[in-house]
Write a protein that binds this ligand. Structure first.
Ligand code: ATP
Length: 446
Protein backbone atom coordinates (compact mmCIF):
# COMPACT_ATOMS: atom_id res chain seq x y z
CA UNK A 1 0.00 0.00 0.00
CA UNK A 2 1.64 3.20 -1.08
CA UNK A 3 0.69 6.57 0.25
CA UNK A 4 0.77 9.05 -2.58
CA UNK A 5 -0.37 12.14 -0.76
CA UNK A 6 1.51 15.05 -2.21
CA UNK A 7 1.28 18.80 -1.97
CA UNK A 8 0.62 19.87 -5.54
CA UNK A 9 -1.99 22.15 -7.11
CA UNK A 10 -3.19 19.08 -9.08
CA UNK A 11 -4.10 17.52 -5.79
CA UNK A 12 -6.39 20.53 -5.22
CA UNK A 13 -8.17 19.78 -8.49
CA UNK A 14 -8.68 16.17 -7.33
CA UNK A 15 -10.19 17.42 -4.08
CA UNK A 16 -12.45 20.00 -5.76
CA UNK A 17 -13.73 17.40 -8.19
CA UNK A 18 -14.39 14.91 -5.38
CA UNK A 19 -16.33 17.61 -3.52
CA UNK A 20 -18.58 18.21 -6.53
CA UNK A 21 -18.98 14.55 -7.52
CA UNK A 22 -19.75 13.27 -4.05
CA UNK A 23 -21.99 16.04 -2.74
CA UNK A 24 -19.64 17.93 -0.44
CA UNK A 25 -19.36 21.39 -2.00
CA UNK A 26 -20.99 22.97 -5.07
CA UNK A 27 -20.38 26.34 -6.73
CA UNK A 28 -23.08 28.80 -5.64
CA UNK A 29 -25.79 29.74 -8.22
CA UNK A 30 -24.20 27.30 -10.62
CA UNK A 31 -27.10 27.00 -13.08
CA UNK A 32 -26.92 30.79 -13.50
CA UNK A 33 -23.22 30.71 -14.23
CA UNK A 34 -22.06 30.83 -10.62
CA UNK A 35 -21.46 33.61 -8.11
CA UNK A 36 -17.76 34.20 -7.66
CA UNK A 37 -16.26 33.16 -4.32
CA UNK A 38 -19.43 31.81 -2.75
CA UNK A 39 -20.00 28.08 -2.28
CA UNK A 40 -22.85 25.82 -1.20
CA UNK A 41 -22.35 22.78 0.99
CA UNK A 42 -24.12 19.68 -0.29
CA UNK A 43 -25.58 16.83 1.80
CA UNK A 44 -22.20 15.44 2.85
CA UNK A 45 -20.54 18.84 3.12
CA UNK A 46 -23.11 20.13 5.57
CA UNK A 47 -22.62 17.07 7.79
CA UNK A 48 -18.84 17.40 7.60
CA UNK A 49 -18.74 21.14 8.34
CA UNK A 50 -21.31 20.71 11.14
CA UNK A 51 -19.02 18.07 12.66
CA UNK A 52 -16.08 20.49 12.56
CA UNK A 53 -18.22 23.19 14.16
CA UNK A 54 -19.53 20.76 16.78
CA UNK A 55 -15.99 19.61 17.63
CA UNK A 56 -14.97 23.24 18.11
CA UNK A 57 -18.06 24.10 20.16
CA UNK A 58 -17.56 21.08 22.40
CA UNK A 59 -13.89 21.78 22.99
CA UNK A 60 -14.49 25.48 23.59
CA UNK A 61 -17.70 25.42 25.64
CA UNK A 62 -19.12 22.05 26.68
CA UNK A 63 -15.85 20.61 28.00
CA UNK A 64 -15.09 23.75 30.04
CA UNK A 65 -16.66 25.79 32.82
CA UNK A 66 -15.20 29.13 31.84
CA UNK A 67 -16.54 29.69 28.28
CA UNK A 68 -20.17 30.33 27.35
CA UNK A 69 -21.83 30.68 23.95
CA UNK A 70 -23.47 33.48 22.00
CA UNK A 71 -25.27 33.78 18.66
CA UNK A 72 -25.34 37.42 17.64
CA UNK A 73 -26.98 39.12 14.67
CA UNK A 74 -25.22 39.56 11.36
CA UNK A 75 -26.51 43.12 11.18
CA UNK A 76 -25.32 45.50 13.87
CA UNK A 77 -25.31 49.22 14.56
CA UNK A 78 -22.96 51.06 12.20
CA UNK A 79 -21.35 52.80 15.16
CA UNK A 80 -19.88 49.43 16.22
CA UNK A 81 -17.75 49.37 13.08
CA UNK A 82 -16.62 52.90 13.70
CA UNK A 83 -15.57 51.98 17.24
CA UNK A 84 -13.81 48.81 16.07
CA UNK A 85 -11.86 50.72 13.44
CA UNK A 86 -13.29 48.68 10.56
CA UNK A 87 -14.94 51.62 8.82
CA UNK A 88 -11.64 53.46 8.77
CA UNK A 89 -8.99 50.77 8.36
CA UNK A 90 -10.53 47.44 7.31
CA UNK A 91 -9.02 47.83 3.91
CA UNK A 92 -6.69 45.97 1.62
CA UNK A 93 -4.38 47.61 -0.92
CA UNK A 94 -5.65 46.86 -4.42
CA UNK A 95 -3.99 47.17 -7.84
CA UNK A 96 -5.63 46.90 -11.26
CA UNK A 97 -4.02 45.73 -14.49
CA UNK A 98 -4.68 48.31 -17.19
CA UNK A 99 -4.21 45.62 -19.86
CA UNK A 100 -6.17 42.53 -18.75
CA UNK A 101 -8.43 44.43 -16.28
CA UNK A 102 -7.79 41.92 -13.50
CA UNK A 103 -7.65 43.11 -9.90
CA UNK A 104 -5.17 41.89 -7.29
CA UNK A 105 -4.23 42.44 -3.69
CA UNK A 106 -0.98 44.40 -3.80
CA UNK A 107 0.44 42.62 -0.72
CA UNK A 108 -0.23 39.21 -2.35
CA UNK A 109 1.52 40.22 -5.59
CA UNK A 110 4.53 41.47 -3.61
CA UNK A 111 4.55 38.31 -1.48
CA UNK A 112 4.50 36.06 -4.56
CA UNK A 113 6.57 38.07 -7.08
CA UNK A 114 8.72 40.45 -5.02
CA UNK A 115 7.30 43.71 -6.44
CA UNK A 116 4.45 45.24 -8.46
CA UNK A 117 6.31 45.49 -11.77
CA UNK A 118 4.52 42.67 -13.60
CA UNK A 119 0.88 41.63 -13.87
CA UNK A 120 0.52 38.07 -12.43
CA UNK A 121 -2.23 37.34 -14.96
CA UNK A 122 -1.15 38.65 -18.38
CA UNK A 123 2.54 38.97 -17.57
CA UNK A 124 2.93 42.50 -19.02
CA UNK A 125 5.32 44.89 -17.32
CA UNK A 126 4.27 48.27 -15.98
CA UNK A 127 0.53 47.68 -16.33
CA UNK A 128 -0.38 47.55 -12.63
CA UNK A 129 -1.84 50.74 -11.15
CA UNK A 130 -0.64 52.34 -7.92
CA UNK A 131 -2.15 50.53 -4.88
CA UNK A 132 -5.46 51.99 -3.65
CA UNK A 133 -7.16 51.17 -0.36
CA UNK A 134 -10.40 49.22 -0.69
CA UNK A 135 -12.82 48.66 2.22
CA UNK A 136 -13.86 45.03 2.52
CA UNK A 137 -17.20 45.50 4.26
CA UNK A 138 -20.42 44.76 2.39
CA UNK A 139 -23.09 47.43 2.76
CA UNK A 140 -26.82 47.09 2.75
CA UNK A 141 -29.78 49.26 3.75
CA UNK A 142 -32.22 48.88 6.62
CA UNK A 143 -35.76 50.01 5.98
CA UNK A 144 -37.36 51.16 2.76
CA UNK A 145 -35.21 54.22 2.03
CA UNK A 146 -31.76 53.75 0.60
CA UNK A 147 -30.24 56.70 2.34
CA UNK A 148 -27.04 56.97 4.25
CA UNK A 149 -28.68 57.05 7.67
CA UNK A 150 -30.11 53.56 7.14
CA UNK A 151 -26.90 52.03 5.82
CA UNK A 152 -25.64 48.95 7.70
CA UNK A 153 -22.77 46.57 7.14
CA UNK A 154 -22.87 42.80 6.99
CA UNK A 155 -20.46 41.91 9.78
CA UNK A 156 -16.93 41.16 8.54
CA UNK A 157 -16.16 39.22 11.74
CA UNK A 158 -18.19 37.75 14.59
CA UNK A 159 -15.98 39.15 17.37
CA UNK A 160 -17.65 42.55 17.72
CA UNK A 161 -20.99 41.15 18.83
CA UNK A 162 -19.15 39.38 21.63
CA UNK A 163 -17.57 42.63 22.81
CA UNK A 164 -20.80 44.59 22.75
CA UNK A 165 -22.59 41.79 24.65
CA UNK A 166 -19.78 41.40 27.20
CA UNK A 167 -21.65 43.01 30.07
CA UNK A 168 -24.99 41.30 29.37
CA UNK A 169 -23.32 37.90 29.29
CA UNK A 170 -21.16 38.57 32.34
CA UNK A 171 -24.07 39.83 34.43
CA UNK A 172 -26.69 37.28 33.32
CA UNK A 173 -24.34 34.31 33.73
CA UNK A 174 -22.73 35.74 36.90
CA UNK A 175 -19.28 35.13 35.43
CA UNK A 176 -16.07 36.13 37.12
CA UNK A 177 -12.97 36.92 35.12
CA UNK A 178 -11.25 35.16 33.52
CA UNK A 179 -13.99 33.80 31.30
CA UNK A 180 -14.71 33.55 27.60
CA UNK A 181 -17.54 33.90 25.10
CA UNK A 182 -17.62 31.69 22.00
CA UNK A 183 -19.56 32.21 18.82
CA UNK A 184 -19.97 30.50 15.47
CA UNK A 185 -21.52 32.51 12.70
CA UNK A 186 -21.44 33.98 9.23
CA UNK A 187 -19.12 36.79 8.26
CA UNK A 188 -18.81 38.64 4.95
CA UNK A 189 -15.84 40.27 3.28
CA UNK A 190 -15.73 41.75 -0.17
CA UNK A 191 -12.34 40.15 -0.83
CA UNK A 192 -10.35 41.65 -3.72
CA UNK A 193 -8.79 38.38 -4.75
CA UNK A 194 -10.75 35.44 -3.42
CA UNK A 195 -9.72 31.99 -4.48
CA UNK A 196 -8.28 28.60 -3.75
CA UNK A 197 -11.75 27.06 -3.55
CA UNK A 198 -13.29 27.66 -0.09
CA UNK A 199 -10.04 29.01 1.34
CA UNK A 200 -10.87 32.66 0.66
CA UNK A 201 -14.52 33.39 -0.04
CA UNK A 202 -16.78 36.41 0.30
CA UNK A 203 -19.28 34.71 2.60
CA UNK A 204 -17.89 32.40 5.26
CA UNK A 205 -18.29 31.20 8.80
CA UNK A 206 -16.05 32.00 11.72
CA UNK A 207 -15.60 30.25 15.04
CA UNK A 208 -14.35 32.87 17.46
CA UNK A 209 -13.73 32.92 21.18
CA UNK A 210 -12.91 36.02 23.20
CA UNK A 211 -11.35 35.42 26.61
CA UNK A 212 -11.69 38.28 29.11
CA UNK A 213 -8.84 38.56 31.60
CA UNK A 214 -7.24 40.83 34.17
CA UNK A 215 -4.53 42.94 32.48
CA UNK A 216 -1.58 41.32 34.23
CA UNK A 217 -2.52 37.83 32.97
CA UNK A 218 -2.05 38.71 29.30
CA UNK A 219 1.00 36.57 28.54
CA UNK A 220 -0.15 33.56 30.55
CA UNK A 221 -3.49 33.26 28.72
CA UNK A 222 -2.01 34.01 25.31
CA UNK A 223 0.37 31.06 25.79
CA UNK A 224 -2.41 28.91 27.19
CA UNK A 225 -4.76 29.45 24.23
CA UNK A 226 -1.95 28.92 21.73
CA UNK A 227 -1.33 25.49 23.20
CA UNK A 228 -5.04 24.64 23.41
CA UNK A 229 -5.75 25.53 19.81
CA UNK A 230 -2.77 23.61 18.44
CA UNK A 231 -3.85 20.54 20.37
CA UNK A 232 -7.40 20.80 18.97
CA UNK A 233 -6.12 20.09 15.47
CA UNK A 234 -4.03 17.15 16.66
CA UNK A 235 -6.96 15.69 18.61
CA UNK A 236 -8.92 15.66 15.37
CA UNK A 237 -6.22 13.76 13.55
CA UNK A 238 -4.42 16.57 11.74
CA UNK A 239 -0.89 15.66 10.67
CA UNK A 240 1.36 17.76 12.90
CA UNK A 241 4.02 18.25 10.23
CA UNK A 242 1.36 19.97 8.07
CA UNK A 243 0.91 22.66 10.74
CA UNK A 244 3.17 25.53 11.66
CA UNK A 245 3.14 28.74 13.64
CA UNK A 246 3.52 32.12 12.07
CA UNK A 247 4.29 35.01 14.41
CA UNK A 248 3.22 38.48 13.28
CA UNK A 249 6.02 41.00 13.19
CA UNK A 250 5.42 44.67 13.98
CA UNK A 251 4.51 45.39 10.33
CA UNK A 252 1.82 42.70 10.19
CA UNK A 253 0.19 43.38 13.55
CA UNK A 254 -3.37 44.67 13.31
CA UNK A 255 -4.14 48.02 14.92
CA UNK A 256 -5.80 46.34 17.92
CA UNK A 257 -3.18 43.69 18.68
CA UNK A 258 -0.13 43.63 20.93
CA UNK A 259 0.82 40.12 19.79
CA UNK A 260 -0.54 37.68 17.22
CA UNK A 261 0.27 34.20 16.03
CA UNK A 262 -1.38 32.30 13.21
CA UNK A 263 -1.76 28.58 12.77
CA UNK A 264 -0.75 27.76 9.19
CA UNK A 265 -1.77 24.57 7.39
CA UNK A 266 0.10 23.15 4.43
CA UNK A 267 -2.55 23.15 1.71
CA UNK A 268 -1.68 21.79 -1.76
CA UNK A 269 -1.23 25.48 -2.69
CA UNK A 270 1.21 26.12 0.18
CA UNK A 271 1.33 26.93 3.89
CA UNK A 272 -1.55 29.35 4.63
CA UNK A 273 -3.34 30.78 7.66
CA UNK A 274 -6.27 28.89 9.12
CA UNK A 275 -6.49 30.47 12.58
CA UNK A 276 -5.28 33.51 14.45
CA UNK A 277 -4.66 33.91 18.18
CA UNK A 278 -4.50 37.55 19.19
CA UNK A 279 -3.64 39.51 22.28
CA UNK A 280 -6.04 42.43 21.83
CA UNK A 281 -5.25 44.17 25.12
CA UNK A 282 -8.10 46.37 26.43
CA UNK A 283 -8.49 47.98 23.01
CA UNK A 284 -11.95 46.61 22.21
CA UNK A 285 -13.78 47.33 25.45
CA UNK A 286 -12.03 50.67 25.79
CA UNK A 287 -13.16 51.72 22.30
CA UNK A 288 -16.74 50.53 22.85
CA UNK A 289 -16.82 52.36 26.17
CA UNK A 290 -15.69 55.50 24.39
CA UNK A 291 -18.03 55.22 21.40
CA UNK A 292 -21.16 53.98 23.20
CA UNK A 293 -20.79 56.11 26.30
CA UNK A 294 -21.45 52.98 28.42
CA UNK A 295 -18.87 52.00 30.99
CA UNK A 296 -17.73 48.49 30.07
CA UNK A 297 -15.26 48.13 32.91
CA UNK A 298 -15.45 45.19 35.28
CA UNK A 299 -15.51 45.31 39.05
CA UNK A 300 -13.68 42.48 40.77
CA UNK A 301 -15.53 42.22 44.08
CA UNK A 302 -12.94 39.93 45.61
CA UNK A 303 -9.96 42.12 44.87
CA UNK A 304 -12.07 45.26 45.13
CA UNK A 305 -10.75 46.83 41.98
CA UNK A 306 -12.24 48.03 38.72
CA UNK A 307 -10.56 47.69 35.34
CA UNK A 308 -11.22 47.29 31.60
CA UNK A 309 -10.67 43.61 30.80
CA UNK A 310 -7.96 42.56 28.39
CA UNK A 311 -8.91 40.08 25.67
CA UNK A 312 -7.21 37.06 24.16
CA UNK A 313 -8.96 36.01 20.94
CA UNK A 314 -8.90 32.74 19.05
CA UNK A 315 -10.38 33.04 15.56
CA UNK A 316 -10.70 30.28 13.01
CA UNK A 317 -12.69 29.97 9.80
CA UNK A 318 -15.13 27.06 9.81
CA UNK A 319 -14.77 26.73 6.04
CA UNK A 320 -10.99 27.09 6.03
CA UNK A 321 -10.47 24.56 8.79
CA UNK A 322 -12.95 22.18 7.13
CA UNK A 323 -10.92 22.50 3.92
CA UNK A 324 -7.71 21.84 5.85
CA UNK A 325 -9.18 18.68 7.44
CA UNK A 326 -10.34 17.59 3.99
CA UNK A 327 -6.93 18.13 2.36
CA UNK A 328 -5.22 16.36 5.24
CA UNK A 329 -7.54 13.37 4.96
CA UNK A 330 -7.30 12.96 1.18
CA UNK A 331 -5.12 10.00 0.18
CA UNK A 332 -4.65 8.05 -3.00
CA UNK A 333 -3.35 4.53 -2.60
CA UNK A 334 -2.62 1.56 -4.74
CA UNK A 335 -4.59 -1.51 -3.62
CA UNK A 336 -4.05 -4.73 -5.57
CA UNK A 337 -3.26 -2.82 -8.73
CA UNK A 338 -6.22 -0.42 -8.38
CA UNK A 339 -6.26 3.18 -7.28
CA UNK A 340 -8.14 3.74 -4.03
CA UNK A 341 -9.12 7.28 -2.99
CA UNK A 342 -9.73 7.41 0.72
CA UNK A 343 -10.61 10.26 3.07
CA UNK A 344 -8.93 9.32 6.32
CA UNK A 345 -11.15 11.69 8.28
CA UNK A 346 -11.24 11.47 12.04
CA UNK A 347 -14.32 9.49 13.05
CA UNK A 348 -15.84 12.55 14.70
CA UNK A 349 -15.55 14.52 11.48
CA UNK A 350 -16.65 11.92 8.93
CA UNK A 351 -20.01 12.93 7.41
CA UNK A 352 -21.30 9.36 7.37
CA UNK A 353 -20.26 7.07 10.21
CA UNK A 354 -21.62 3.76 8.97
CA UNK A 355 -22.95 2.51 5.64
CA UNK A 356 -25.13 -0.58 5.59
CA UNK A 357 -25.26 -2.57 2.37
CA UNK A 358 -26.99 -5.76 1.34
CA UNK A 359 -24.70 -7.90 -0.81
CA UNK A 360 -27.43 -8.21 -3.40
CA UNK A 361 -30.96 -6.98 -3.96
CA UNK A 362 -32.29 -10.52 -3.65
CA UNK A 363 -35.29 -11.25 -1.50
CA UNK A 364 -34.66 -11.54 2.19
CA UNK A 365 -31.37 -9.66 2.15
CA UNK A 366 -32.86 -6.24 1.54
CA UNK A 367 -35.39 -6.62 4.39
CA UNK A 368 -32.69 -7.80 6.78
CA UNK A 369 -30.34 -5.00 5.71
CA UNK A 370 -33.08 -2.40 6.33
CA UNK A 371 -33.70 -3.88 9.78
CA UNK A 372 -29.96 -3.83 10.55
CA UNK A 373 -29.80 -0.20 9.38
CA UNK A 374 -32.76 0.85 11.50
CA UNK A 375 -31.12 -0.81 14.50
CA UNK A 376 -27.95 1.29 14.28
CA UNK A 377 -29.28 4.73 13.31
CA UNK A 378 -28.64 6.08 16.80
CA UNK A 379 -24.83 5.69 16.49
CA UNK A 380 -24.57 8.73 14.21
CA UNK A 381 -25.21 9.63 10.58
CA UNK A 382 -25.72 6.42 8.64
CA UNK A 383 -26.38 5.58 5.03
CA UNK A 384 -28.22 2.70 3.43
CA UNK A 385 -26.48 1.75 0.20
CA UNK A 386 -28.53 -0.31 -2.13
CA UNK A 387 -26.84 0.84 -5.32
CA UNK A 388 -25.95 -2.70 -6.23
CA UNK A 389 -22.79 -3.61 -8.08
CA UNK A 390 -19.66 -5.29 -6.84
CA UNK A 391 -19.14 -4.95 -3.11
CA UNK A 392 -15.53 -3.80 -3.63
CA UNK A 393 -16.72 -0.87 -5.70
CA UNK A 394 -19.27 0.08 -3.07
CA UNK A 395 -16.58 -0.01 -0.37
CA UNK A 396 -14.48 2.32 -2.54
CA UNK A 397 -17.38 4.76 -2.81
CA UNK A 398 -17.62 4.87 0.97
CA UNK A 399 -13.82 5.22 1.30
CA UNK A 400 -14.02 8.24 -0.98
CA UNK A 401 -16.39 10.03 1.41
CA UNK A 402 -14.51 8.91 4.52
CA UNK A 403 -17.07 6.49 6.01
CA UNK A 404 -15.21 4.72 8.85
CA UNK A 405 -17.33 1.54 8.81
CA UNK A 406 -19.30 -0.47 6.28
CA UNK A 407 -21.68 -3.21 7.39
CA UNK A 408 -22.46 -5.88 4.84
CA UNK A 409 -25.45 -8.15 5.00
CA UNK A 410 -24.92 -11.34 2.97
CA UNK A 411 -26.69 -14.67 2.44
CA UNK A 412 -24.85 -16.18 5.38
CA UNK A 413 -26.42 -13.45 7.56
CA UNK A 414 -29.85 -14.98 6.95
CA UNK A 415 -28.59 -18.17 8.54
CA UNK A 416 -26.17 -17.14 11.30
CA UNK A 417 -27.63 -13.68 12.15
CA UNK A 418 -24.18 -12.14 11.70
CA UNK A 419 -22.90 -9.33 9.49
CA UNK A 420 -19.47 -8.18 8.32
CA UNK A 421 -17.95 -4.94 9.60
CA UNK A 422 -15.35 -3.56 7.23
CA UNK A 423 -13.01 -0.87 8.48
CA UNK A 424 -12.02 2.03 6.19
CA UNK A 425 -8.32 2.54 6.92
CA UNK A 426 -7.12 -1.03 7.45
CA UNK A 427 -9.81 -2.55 5.17
CA UNK A 428 -9.95 -5.34 7.80
CA UNK A 429 -13.20 -7.30 8.02
CA UNK A 430 -14.79 -9.15 10.91
CA UNK A 431 -18.07 -10.97 11.54
CA UNK A 432 -20.23 -9.83 14.42
CA UNK A 433 -23.64 -10.89 15.75
CA UNK A 434 -26.44 -8.55 14.68
CA UNK A 435 -27.76 -8.05 18.24
CA UNK A 436 -24.29 -6.80 19.26
CA UNK A 437 -23.71 -4.58 16.24
CA UNK A 438 -25.09 -1.34 17.64
CA UNK A 439 -23.03 -1.53 20.84
CA UNK A 440 -19.85 -2.41 18.91
CA UNK A 441 -20.26 0.51 16.50
CA UNK A 442 -21.21 2.91 19.30
CA UNK A 443 -18.02 1.97 21.17
CA UNK A 444 -15.89 2.33 18.02
CA UNK A 445 -17.36 5.77 17.28
CA UNK A 446 -17.28 7.09 20.85
P1 ATP B 1 -6.33 36.65 5.61
O1 ATP B 1 -5.02 37.30 5.94
O2 ATP B 1 -6.21 35.27 5.06
O3 ATP B 1 -7.26 37.52 4.83
P2 ATP B 1 -7.16 37.50 8.17
O4 ATP B 1 -5.87 37.55 8.92
O5 ATP B 1 -7.77 38.76 7.66
O6 ATP B 1 -7.07 36.42 7.00
P3 ATP B 1 -8.84 37.19 10.43
O7 ATP B 1 -9.48 38.50 10.26
O8 ATP B 1 -7.86 36.98 11.54
O9 ATP B 1 -8.20 36.73 9.05
O10 ATP B 1 -9.97 36.08 10.50
C1 ATP B 1 -9.85 34.91 11.27
C2 ATP B 1 -10.09 33.68 10.46
O11 ATP B 1 -11.26 33.78 9.66
C3 ATP B 1 -8.98 33.37 9.47
O12 ATP B 1 -7.90 32.70 10.08
C4 ATP B 1 -9.70 32.47 8.48
O13 ATP B 1 -9.73 31.13 8.95
C5 ATP B 1 -11.10 33.03 8.47
N1 ATP B 1 -11.27 33.89 7.29
C6 ATP B 1 -10.94 35.19 7.17
N2 ATP B 1 -11.24 35.65 5.94
C7 ATP B 1 -11.79 34.62 5.27
C8 ATP B 1 -12.30 34.46 3.94
N3 ATP B 1 -12.34 35.47 3.09
N4 ATP B 1 -12.75 33.25 3.58
C9 ATP B 1 -12.73 32.19 4.44
N5 ATP B 1 -12.28 32.30 5.70
C10 ATP B 1 -11.80 33.48 6.11
Amino acid sequence: MENQQGATPDRMQDIISLCKRRGFIFPNSEIYGGLNAVFDYGPLGVEFKNNVKRAWWEAMTRMRDDVVGLDGGILMARRIWQASGHEEVFTDPMVDCTNCKKRFRADHVIEDFGDLSTCPNCGLKGTLTEPRQFNLMFKTFMGPVEEDAAMVYLRPETAQSIYVNFQSVQASMRKRLPFGIAQIGKAFRNEISPGNFTYRTREFEQMEMQYFIPPEQEQQWFDYWRAQRWQWYLDLGMTESHLMWHTHDAKELAHYARAAVDVYYEFPFGFKEIEGIHDRTDWDLRRHTEFSGKDLSYFDDQEKRRYIPFIIETSVGADRSTLAFLCDAYHEEEVEGDKRVVLRLHKRLAPVKVAVMPLSKKEGLVELAHAVHDGIRSVGMTQYDETGGAIGRRYRRQDEIGTPFCVTVDFQSLEDNQVTIRERDSMAQRRVAIPELRAILAAELA
